[in-house]
Design a protein. Structure first.
Length: 164
């Protein structure tokens, strides 16, 4: 491990010599993640992208992509677009990336079950803003908004995310 790696435990996230409290999935951290289990997958993952709401926050880094109205994430295990960014109209099961709350104002994408997703292994694992301290996620990692902005400003594509 290096200081440039993001290391996540149930207690918090360590990055660049800093330690930030974080939330993980309601199912805890598991080695064998499945769709809908609410767990955060153990292992070494990598940051593959950064999305942000340009109507709410400033671009967190030069490689971030805006979230537009109609941007969705497919979580339909029976569809070819499973675990991919898709756009409305989309009749299959999905999650809206342009949420009314601020949870996805900045989203760091990881390579969990991507780019060749296996149905049932679980869709996207994001690093995003938390609802409140200690409130579990559906499997993602969540941070205080100031800590998320700090991390998003410094990371680069390919940054290792070690969850254990």
């Amino acid at each position: 491990m290096t200081p440039e790696d993001i290391v996540i435990t149930p207690r918090g996230l360590r990055y660049m010599g800093q330690f930030f409290p974080c939330s993980v999935g309601r199912g805890g951290i598991v080695a064998d993640k499945t769709e809908g289990d609410g767990a955060t997958p153990r292992g070494r993952h990598h940051v593959t992208g950064c999305l942000y709401r340009p109507d709410r926050v400033m671009r967190p880094n030069i490689w971030a992509s805006p979230i537009y109205p109609g941007d969705l994430w497919s979580d339909d295990t029976d569809h070819a677009d499973y675990n991919q960014l898709v756009h409305a109209p989309y009749k299959h099961s999905h999650e809206n990336l342009r949420r009314p709350d601020p949870l996805y104002d900045i989203v760091l994408l990881m390579d969990w079950n991507w780019p060749d997703p296996v149905p049932g292994k679980g869709s996207a694992i994001f690093i995003h803003r938390w609802r409140k301290p200690g409130h579990p996620t559906e499997g993602c990692v969540a941070l205080h908004p100031l800590h998320l902005r700090y991390v998003a400003a410094k990371i680069v594509p390919g940054t290792s995310v070690i969850i254990g």
